[in-house]
Design a protein around this ligand. Structure first.
Ligand code: ATP
Ligand code: TZP
Ligand code: MG
Ligand code: MG
Length: 268
């Protein structure tokens, strides 16, 4: 059974502490995929919600003190209960507050997956890369090297997205090249992807197939975007955004196998 089928069969509960821009889009995307979204922020309940979930997705997009504390409490509970933790360090490097917050989080939490653009991931590990708000700035650095160093330093799977995505555990590295430029015109395309990765991490067997599952999440999301772009070719980002949700529900394991562009570049 593919990881995608496992997500749809197991319907994992995904606890999201995300930003105010993307919450409904993220919940709808997870439902379309076949996962079960749960947005919960209250300090009184986040530990309980994290404990009962298949994965916890932490996103600092519109951070403020109460949200940061909710993220910390949820992450600690997930760690204590062996629930996978995905961190999306939105805008890390754009302000000192964001950079310091992600650095506190990586000190205090054990991450399962870190997913960001190249600037965000660089800034998380103290290698600066220009960033304009929440979008990666221009740069010519070694995206693969940054991802591998981040994975080794944090002891987790790291995903750097862009036109081509890098997925690595620090030893073995994959590139996926599905996707479509229209994804850059939909806010939350990266944030939803981080939650989709959470759903695939939730069904992975710990220590066995996490990396493979995350690679499939990237290919799946990219294929859904490609088909959505084909179906809305004469329209624009609004129609594309809706069709992306449709395709998250409609892409089958066979379509995925036919269209996925995945390349392993290092290791075993
Ligand atoms: P940024 O804020 O820098 O756009 P993000 O958090 O929105 O970052 P992206 O890097 O845009 O995240 O990645 C989100 C999705 O969009 C991924 O599936 C990625 O493969 C895809 N993607 C991003 N840019 C392109 C592109 N130019 N062509 C094809 N796919 C892309
Ligand atoms: N501002 C703060 S969070 C956010 C914006 C526009 C959403 C960012 O979403 P993504 O997925 O990184 O494009
Ligand atoms: Mg983007
Ligand atoms: Mg982002």
């Amino acid at each position: 059974m593919s990881y995608l089928e496992r997500v749809r069969t197991q319907n994992p509960l995904i606890h999201n502490i995300t930003n105010i821009v993307v919450a409904p889009f993220t919940a709808n995307g997870l439902l379309a995929l076949g996962a079960s979204p749960f947005m919960a922020y209250a300090h009184e309940e986040v530990a309980d919600v994290a404990k009962m979930s298949g994965a916890v997705v932490l996103n600092i997009g519109t951070l403020e003190e109460r949200v940061v504390e909710a993220i910390r409490l949820a992450g600690q509970s997930a760690n204590a209960n062996n629930v996978p933790v995905v961190l999306d360090p939105v805008g890390a490097g754009a302000t000192a507050y964001r950079t310091e917050t992600v650095q506190m989080l990586i000190r205090e939490l054990r991450l399962t997956v870190l997913r960001g653009n190249v600037a965000e991931v660089s800034n998380v590990i103290g290698e600066s890369w220009s960033i304009k708000g929440v979008d990666a700035g221009q740069g010519e650095g070694d995206r693969i090297g940054i991802a591998e160093r981040a994975a080794q330093r944090l002891g987790c799977v790291v995903v750097i997205t862009g036109r081509e995505d890098v997925i690595t555990d620090g030893q073995t590295t994959f590139l996926t090249s599905n996707g479509h430029a229209l994804l850059t015109q939909v806010t939350g395309a990266g944030c939803l992807l981080s939650s989709v990765i959470g759903a695939f991490a939730a069904i992975a067997r710990p220590g066995e197939d996490l990396l493979g599952s995350v690679v499939e999440a990237l290919a799946f999301y990219g294929v859904a975007a490609e088909i959505a772009a084909e179906r809305t070719a004469d329209q624009g980002p609004g129609s594309f955004q809706i069709e992306l949700l449709n395709q998250l529900a409609q892409v089958t394991p066979d379509i995925l196998a036919e269209r996925a562009r995945v390349r392993q570049i290092d290791g075993g």
